[in-house]
Design a protein around this ligand. Structure first.
Ligand code: HEC
Length: 113
C-alpha cells in the first residue's frame, strides 16, 4: 500500500515537471487566462504583439514587466501605463515568458504559430 502511494506521488511530480518545462500548452493557457484580452501572438492589439516583445526583451524583462508594469513601462519608454500588474507564481511566469519568447521572429520562422 505504501509503495503504491509513493509511486503515485512520484508519477504526479514527474508529470508536473514535464508540464512546466517543455510543454508550451501550459504557457498558452496562462496567456489565454491573463493576457489574451490585450495581447495577441503576432498582431498588435491593445498592447504590443508577443512577436514584437520577443524581438526586443529578455526573460527577466518580461518577468519584471508582469510584476511591476507601473515602473517597468516607464523604463521601457512608455509615456503611459495601461497594463495592470499580475501576481503570477514562478511556474506561470516561466511558462508565459517561454511562450512569449517562442514568438521571436528569426529563431522561430519555421515553427507554426
Ligand atoms: C489590460 C490590458 C493588458 C493585459 C491584460 C496585459 N497587458 Fe501587457 N501590456 C499592455 C499594454 C497597454 C502595454 C504597453 C505598456 C503599458 O501601457 O504599460 C503592455 C506591455 C507589455 C509588455 C512590455 C512590452 C514591451 O515593450 O516589451 C509585456 C512583456 C507584457 N505587456 C506582457 C503581458 C503579459 C505576459 C500579460 C499576461 C500575464 C499581459 N501583458 C497582460 C496591456 C495589457
Amino acid at each position: 500500500m505504501r509503495y503504491i502511494y509513493l509511486t503515485l506521488i512520484a508519477t504526479t511530480a514527474l508529470l508536473i515537471a514535464q508540464n512546466s518545462e517543455n510543454n508550451s500548452s501550459y504557457g498558452k493557457k496562462v496567456f489565454e487566462t491573463y493576457c489574451w484580452g490585450c495581447h495577441h501572438q503576432t498582431s498588435e492589439a491593445f498592447g504590443p504583439s508577443f512577436e514584437e516583445i520577443a524581438s526586443k526583451r529578455s526573460k527577466e524583462e518580461i518577468f519584471a514587466m508582469i510584476s511591476n508594469p507601473q515602473e517597468v513601462s516607464k523604463i521601457f519608454g512608455y509615456k503611459r501605463n495601461a497594463m495592470p500588474a499580475f501576481n503570477l507564481n514562478q511556474k506561470e511566469l516561466e511558462a508565459i515568458a517561454n511562450y512569449i519568447l517562442s514568438f521571436k521572429p528569426d529563431t522561430n520562422s519555421s515553427k507554426s504559430k
